[in-house]
Design a protein around this ligand. Structure first.
Ligand SMILES: Cc1ncc(C[n+]2csc(CCOP(=O)(O)OP(=O)(O)O)c2C)c(N)n1
Ligand SMILES: [Mg+2]
Length: 801
């Protein structure tokens, strides 16, 4: 065939068509072989992109340097087609190779099919995104890629519309970048899908979402997923028209090569140039091997459906189309397939060899150590058995060697030998390596880590004014917005009125509505907006109006933001500030202090609980100079309290993880934070009058927690401790207690039972009495403290009640 021939309708050469056929074949055989690797026990789980090759090849043609992807586990063909992942790397992930050189996407931390590219260098510094084809790091929860996608696309809008950002050429060229999303048909039933689509329509951003519709979400068919069984029909109301802005919604069959290319090409232009969001509904897709290696689709698909899937397999259709149009003959296509199979097999073998070398080195070391200990102190039957089991294991894991050696040490616990010392040393050394392989990069490890920001103490003078707390924040935000054009704040009511407590009052007028911005009521995409912006080099402050409503966003915070650095081994970061307010105020949904929930779901995000607005301002200054994400919870009751504004408000910083002793005492250490600090200080004054000396410590940040062990030092003096907060019993107070007693080992200095004082189990009731009888109050702190002293010395502290 004449390879210079060009298909006129879509302006594509035969060479390119055959190259596409090759990519499709490579991807398909990677799926087929991948599944086999799981069934032979070489990998643990597999999920593949078979049946969805052609649409991704078409999408890849519209993917340009600087663009971003936020997708899901079916996208191997797209990733291979844009050159972001090789077949070898694909298999390295299947095997969980922990070396980032080989498993470039997550260093073995994520299941296969979870794609990402490096946005940062090995030191955590930004690479030049505009030179690369970028993919943010995938997560497993269905539709969880959607909130972040909004932010990725919104960044293009800001880079285009805000002249102050024109200089940031590593991140954007005039906002020309599209954020591509991919999602399964089943996952479009998730609330966050609709939330994200609506947000994109409102914001008018270059976000293109492709729905890969194979009729099923695992076993559940479309008619049980989607109204009318058709997501593009459902989205019709979003369609823009001559009068109203909106989004473009288009449908195309997944086996139709030319239609797919035409569609992506046409809508790429609209999306990129006009910044109009697009949904491409790709239907009539198949899933030849079923959902994943966990089950077979014969269980739930009818015979007719299975036959239809065979007939409409996109590669089969593509092949027929090539032959019909005489772009190649059978033999040529067979040759391409044979070459693709060879390429996949060789790549897979290399990936396995590289992976296996590491575990096998451990095994070989282990076998030699077992031989040595048997020679020196044995032979011991059990060790010999452990040794032969280890040797016979066809797919050994690191843990097999560790277990064999640990069992052996138990056997020889009463003996000393050179071999034993060697085993102990080997285990210690491997422990270090495994720690590095599996437990690093929970927080930033770069020079810009929040823990490395220089401390600048606040300074005061006779000129320092006493103002409302909210004015301290307002001055802080004003100064930061002036200092750094990448900083922006958005959320419900943040723009025009400057947030419900007016810490941004007047700042939209001063800096424009791209810097201080109102959003619709959509917590999880507010967070996603922030994540996407931060991934693209901006410094967002995303506001959640009350901490009570953070619950709507927990999923995105936990599944996406909190583990981002971890799951990319530090090759992606989103230094987002989540600003919110909480603790006591009014009623069930405006008094929340769910810190236990936060601590349990968001490790990877620093958790900051300032007692007043000056401390809050210092923390904003710290975090805005760092590359870590942080949640800052301001005290709802603090905005109108008077505070002295530091003279160096712009520069001063508060270090993370350093508690402050606010009142010295000798009898009991009281550990608390946030709005409870003032309650504790008042109670402490009252206790003084009754001979009890309370030392009050504000922990200031829950994550990190008391790095210099200030609380331990205090307990060494008082020998008693109370942990107080407004969370439920067993919440953050238990967290603090675990840190202090267990990690800091303060238990050994205690003369009284340590206690926690917390809120009631229920939500706080409405009204001042409701608050008083739901949340810990001054009398509670007084009574618990006094009781502790009474138990110690009933004569000096006689019972009051
Ligand atoms: C929030 C959440 N619920 C359930 C699952 C389990 N799960 C994984 S994939 C899947 C089906 C997704 O179907 P679809 O979106 O159509 O994508 P497909 O796999 O068909 O491409 C489900 C239910 C999950 N990963 N996340
Ligand atoms: Mg599906």
């Amino acid at each position: 065939m004449d390879s210079t021939k060009v298909l006129k309708e879509i302006d594509i050469s035969v060479e390119e068509i055959l190259s596409d056929y090759r990519i499709a074949m490579i991807s398909r055989h990677a799926s087929l072989l991948g599944r086999k690797e799981v069934f032979t026990g070489k990998a643990k789980f597999g999920i593949f992109g078979d049946g969805k090759e052609l649409c991704q090849i078409a999408m890849a043609k519209a993917f340009r340097k600087g663009d971003f992807r936020s997708g899901y586990y079916r996208d191997q063909t797209l990733m291979m087609a844009i050159g972001a992942v090789t077949v070898q790397q694909f298999f390295a992930q299947l095997y969980a190779h922990t070396d980032l050189e080989y498993e470039v996407m997550s260093g073995g931390r994520m299941m296969n099919g979870h794609f990402s590219t490096h946005l940062l260098d090995e030191n955590g510094q930004w690479l030049r995104h505009t030179d690369m084809l970028n993919s943010t790091s995938d997560v497993s929860p269905t539709a969880a890629q959607m909130p972040r996608l909004v932010g990725l696309a919104y960044a293009s809008k800001l880079y285009r519309a805000n002249p102050q950002l024109k200089g940031f050429k590593d991140f954007s060229i005039n906002g020309n970048e599209i954020a591509y999303g991919t999602i399964g048909n089943g996952a479009t039933s998730e609330g966050i899908f609709f939330e994200a689509i609506n947000a994109a329509g409102v914001l008018q951003i270059p976000m293109m979402v492709a729905v890969w519709d194979d009729e099923y979400g695992i076993s559940v068919p479309n008619e049980l997923h989607t109204t009318k069984g058709d997501i593009s029909k459902v989205l019709e109301g979003f369609q823009r028209n001559g009068k109203e802005k909106g989004i473009e919604v288009v449908k195309v069959h997944g086996w139709d090569y030319t239609a797919l290319i035409e569609t992506f090409r046409k809508y790429e232009k609209i999306c990129r140039e006009e910044h109009v969001p697009v949904v491409v509904h790709v239907d009539e897709l198949t899933q030849p091997q079923g959902h994943s290696t966990s089950g077979s689709h014969e269980r739930y698909k009818s015979k007719e459906r299975l036959e239809w899937e065979k007939e409409y397999d996109c590669i089969k259709k593509f092949r027929e189309w090539i032959l019909e149009n005489e772009f190649a003959h059978q033999g040529q296509l067979d040759g391409i397939e044979a070459e693709a199979i060879k390429h996949v097999r060789e790549s897979k073998n290399r990936a396995w060899k590289d992976y296996f070398q590491v575990v096998d080195k451990d095994r070989k070391d282990g076998l030699a150590l077992l031989d040595q200990i048997n020679a020196e102190s044995g032979p011991h039957d059990e060790v010999t058995k452990l040794r032969s089991e280890l040797q016979a294991n066809p797919t050994p894991l690191k843990l097999d060697t560790i277990k064999a050696l640990k069992f052996t040490l138990r056997i020889f616990k009463n003996e000393q030998s050179k071999a034993k010392t060697k085993i102990q040393e080997w285990l210690r050394e491997r422990d270090k390596r495994n720690q590095k392989d599996y437990s690093t990069h929970v927080y930033s490890e770069s020079v810009d880590s929040a823990l490395k920001v220089p401390v600048v103490n606040p300074t005061y003078s006779s000129k320092s004014k006493l103002v409302d707390g909210r004015e301290v924040l307002q001055a802080c935000f004003d100064a930061n917005l002036a200092r750094d054009p990448r900083i922006l704040a958005f959320g419900e009511d943040v723009g025009k009125i400057g947030d419900v407590n007016q810490a941004f009052a007047g700042l939209q007028k001063k800096y424009g509505d791209l810097r201080v911005t109102d959003t619709s009521i959509r917590e999880t995409t507010i967070i996603g907006q922030g994540i996407g912006l931060a991934l693209r080099g901006l410094r967002p402050i995303a506001e959640i109006q009350y901490v009570d409503y953070l619950i709507y966003a927990i999923q995105t915070l936990s599944d996406d933001l909190a583990c981002l650095q971890y799951r990319t081994v530090g090759r992606q970061k989103a230094p987002l500030i989540i600003r919110t307010r909480g603790h006591r105020l009014e009623g069930v949904w405006h008094s929340g202090s769910p810190l236990g929930m936060i601590l349990g779901s968001m490790r990877g995000i620093y958790v900051i609980v300032p007692r007043n607005m000056t401390q809050a301002a210092g923390f904003y200054n710290t975090i805005l100079r760092s590359d870590d994400p942080a949640l800052i919870i301001e005290c709802l009751k603090g905005y109108r309290l008077k505070e002295k504004i530091p003279d160096n408000l712009v520069e001063f910083t508060v270090p993370l993880g350093v508690p402050e002793v606010l009142k010295q005492g000798t009898d009991i250490t009281l550990v608390t934070y946030g709005a409870m600090v003032n309650v504790a200080l008042t109670a402490a004054e009252q206790l003084e009058e009754h001979g009890v000396s309370l030392e009050v410590i504000d922990v200031q940040t829950l994550v990190p927690f008391d790095l210099p062990k200030i609380i331990l030092k205090s307990i060494k003096k008082t020998n008693r401790v109370i942990f107080a907060d407004e969370d439920v019993p067993g919440g953050a107070s238990a967290y603090m207690m675990q840190h202090v007693l267990n990690i800091q080992n303060a238990y050994q200095y205690l003369d009284s039972k340590p206690i926690t004082v917390s809120s009631k189990e229920h939500r706080p009731a409405y009204g001042s009495d409701g608050d008083y009888f739901s949340k810990p109050n001054e009398e509670d702190i007084f009574d618990f403290s006094y009781q502790m002293m009474h138990e110690f010395d009933p004569v000096k502290y006689p019972a009051i009640y």
